[in-house]
Design a protein around this ligand. Structure first.
Ligand code: FES
Length: 129
């Protein structure tokens, strides 16, 4: 553990291999903070495991690609499809869905997860808490 400021700390939480592409790892830090760490497009993202809706364990939900509706020129539905260029996690309590790269719910303005800085150093994942 390395101190970065008088308040923030860098904490070693896992090996890089513990979070594969499109994978997730949930870690608890100091028994007080639980984070979900995700890897998508080769980058890591860390979010507090607290849903903006009612505090559920949002980071522990199902991982899916965003569902988009295809429309024709007259805006008639051509059905739904998964957008493989996105990665969402779905809160297991009531289904709030978050883009793991932004932490935002795509359909509820202002609903987002709390972000934490995360880096990889020599095969280890470190977060700033
Ligand atoms: S607490 Fe997450 S959707 Fe309700």
């Amino acid at each position: 553990m390395t101190t970065t400021t008088s308040e923030a700390r860098d904490v070693d939480v896992a090996a890089s291999d513990d979070v594969p592409e499109r994978g997730r790892l949930v870690v608890e830090i100091d028994g007080t903070t639980t984070l979900g760490i995700f890897r998508f497009g080769g980058r890591l993202y860390a979010w507090e495991n607290v849903c903006a809706h009612q505090g559920g364990p949002a980071c522990q939900g199902r991982i899916i690609s965003r569902v988009r509706e295809r429309l024709d020129a007259e805006q008639r539905s051509l059905g739904m499809r998964f957008d493989e260029d996105t990665m969402h996690v779905v809160c297991p309590w009531h289904g709030y869905e978050y883009d793991v790269t932004t932490g935002r719910h795509p359909g509820v303005p202002g609903a987002s997860l709390r972000r934490f800085d995360v880096v990889e150093v020599e095969g280890r994942i470190r977060v700033t808490v």
